[in-house]
Every structure is written in structure tokens, then in C-alpha cells.
Ligand binder design. Structure first.
Ligand code: CAA
Length: 259
């Protein structure tokens, strides 16, 4: 019997949609899935017809974490030599186009960490976020101990990591873990519409904005401001920026060439 492909890939206009597809395991993230996800992300990133990417799961689970069945018997040397996580989970950090997560149901452990690695998180009202690795005597090791405190602050992050506390969508929204919350029935339609709105803007401007906002996480303010200023100056080398400003002045819709 051929195993089901662990992801499904579609395009909607200028938006690439990736659906995690291991429903029996609540989209537990194993190597095959993370390899396929990384390849799909890279392929959309290289496609000039795509301006934004959406990652989603099922109604019940965005993803319930790293695949515990796969990991249970690994040794230190297995994961060290295989470069577990770094080898295929971090591909998402190389993606220059905006990546949106559409999250319904469980986003636990590695699933929560995958959402945190996206640029925008749209949560359905059913979404539940947790880093419950402590229950397995493990640790959130796919960026959770680093991205969560940057996203919601140390006090809330420590609470979640140390106690395995589960946040509902309203709490996640209040804490700033997600970008917006929508009814479950509207999740995919809403996220695709948002991605389509984003993808219609000038691609090099989107990439410069994403790169600059990410700098805010990774550098002192003075370095971040310098990076932002250089990125702003570089906008003046873009024909889309001149088109955008001139179109505004004559009150017409800009026609971006993504250059
Ligand atoms: N890995 C492997 N299989 C998983 C899984 C995971 N992370 N999460 C769920 N599954 C499997 C279950 O074993 C079960 O399989 P069977 O039907 O064969 O028994 C199936 O998915 C359905 O799960 P449940 O019966 O448990 O569903 P539920 O609705 O009762 O509970 C849940 C849902 C609360 C999310 C529960 O499944 C759960 O707690 N899952 C594990 C969450 C977790 O601990 N995640 C962290 C993983 S470690 C990690 O991610 C490390 C890292 O940082 C990289």
C-alpha cells in the first residue's frame, strides 16, 4: 500500500497553499512531512507567479507536534549526527516571501513552533496552542524556547513551557501569539483572501518588509534601524515603488511588475 503523501499542494492565483496531511496522527511532524514541507516552501519561494504562501492543517489539528512514535527510541548520537530539526525543520527560515499559518484545532509542541516560524498566524476559534514537551521530559526544541518569549514575553512563555498550559484562541490573541482570530468556518477563506491581498503588493517590497521586521528580533535597535533605513533607500531602486507613488498622485490603481 502506498503511504499517503504527507502534504497537499495547490495554488490560488498568486498564493501557494500547503495542507499538512497526516490526519490519523493529527499531522504529527515526521521527517517525510518536514522534507515535503521544506521542498514545497522552496518551490513556491522560487516561483515568480507566487507572492505569498499559506500553511494549514485539518479542522482538528494544525499539527500535534513532532512525531513522538518516530522519536521514542532515538539516541543522542542518532539525532546529533542526523542534525534533527536543523536539517529539515528550519527550511522555513530561508523563505523570503510572506508565509501565513491558518490554524484550527491543536497546534502543540512542534506544531505551535511551526506556526511561530510563520510570519502571520490566523487562528480559528477552535485553535489551541501549547508547548507540552515537558510532559514527555522533553523540551520545545524547534525554536519554541526562543520564539515564544520574543512573541509573548518571558512570563507567559515560561508559564506555557514549564506547565504545558494550553492557550485557547482568545488568550493567544490577547497575548499577541496570533495575528487575528476568525470563526472556524471562515478560516481558510479568510486566510487565503489575506494572502491574496498581500501577494498583490510588490514582491520585492514584501520581501524587504519581512526581512526588516525579522531584524527587529535579531539585532539591537540601532542596528535594526540602520538595516531598515538601508532597506528604505533601496526601495528607490525599485520601479514598483515609483509606480506606486505616481499612481497615488494621479489617483489610479498601481500596476506592480514585482520589480
Ligand atoms: N506524535 C505522534 N502521534 C501523535 C502525536 C504526536 N505528536 N499527537 C497525536 N498523535 C496520534 C495519537 O498517538 C493517536 O494515534 P492512535 O489513533 O494510533 O492512537 C492519534 O494521533 C490521535 O491522537 P489522540 O487519540 O491522542 O487524540 P486526542 O484528541 O485524544 O488528543 C492531543 C489530542 C491532546 C493533541 C494529544 O494527541 C496529544 O497530547 N498529543 C501530543 C502532543 C505533544 O506532546 N506534542 C509535543 C511533541 S514533542 C515535540 O514537538 C518536540 C519538539 O519541540 C520538536
Amino acid at each position: 500500500m502506498t503511504p499517503e503523501h504527507p502534504i497537499r499542494v495547490e495554488t490560488h492565483g498568486r498564493v501557494g497553499l500547503i495542507t499538512l496531511n497526516r490526519p490519523q496522527q493529527l499531522n504529527a511532524l515526521n521527517d517525510a512531512l518536514m522534507d515535503a514541507l521544506g521542498a514545497a516552501l522552496k518551490s513556491f519561494d522560487a516561483d515568480p507567479g507566487i507572492g505569498a504562501i499559506v500553511i494549514t492543517g485539518s479542522d482538528k489539528a494544525f499539527a500535534a507536534g513532532a512525531d513522538i512514535a518516530a522519536m521514542a527510541d532515538w539516541s543522542y548520537m542518532d539525532v546529533h549526527l542526523d542534525n534533527f530539526i536543523t536539517r529539515n525543520w528550519e527550511t522555513i527560515r530561508e523563505i523570503r516571501k510572506p508565509v501565513l499559518a491558518a490554524v484550527a484545532g491543536y497546534a502543540m509542541g512542534g506544531g505551535c513552533e511551526l506556526a511561530l516560524a510563520c510570519d502571520v498566524i490566523v487562528a480559528a476559534e477552535s485553535a489551541r496552542f501549547a508547548l507540552p514537551e515537558v510532559q514527555l521530559a522533553m523540551l520545545p526544541g524547534a525554536g519554541g524556547t526562543q520564539r515564544l518569549p520574543r512573541a509573548i514575553g518571558k512570563a507567559k512563555a515560561m508559564d506555557m513551557c514549564l506547565s504545558a498550559r494550553i492557550l485557547d484562541a482568545a488568550e493567544a490573541d490577547r497575548y499577541g501569539l496570533v495575528s487575528r482570530v476568525v470563526p472556524d468556518a471562515e478560516l481558510l477563506e479568510h486566510t487565503l483572501a489575506l494572502a491574496e491581498r498581500i501577494a498583490a503588493f510588490s514582491l520585492p517590497a514584501l520581501m524587504a518588509i519581512k526581512e526588516s521586521v525579522n531584524r527587529a528580533w535579531e539585532s539591537p535597535l540601532s542596528e535594526g534601524i540602520l538595516f531598515e533605513r538601508r532597506a528604505l533607500h533601496a526601495r528607490f531602486a525599485s520601479s514598483d515603488a515609483h509606480e506606486g507613488m505616481h499612481a497615488f498622485l494621479v489617483k489610479r490603481k498601481p500596476e506592480f511588475q514585482h520589480r
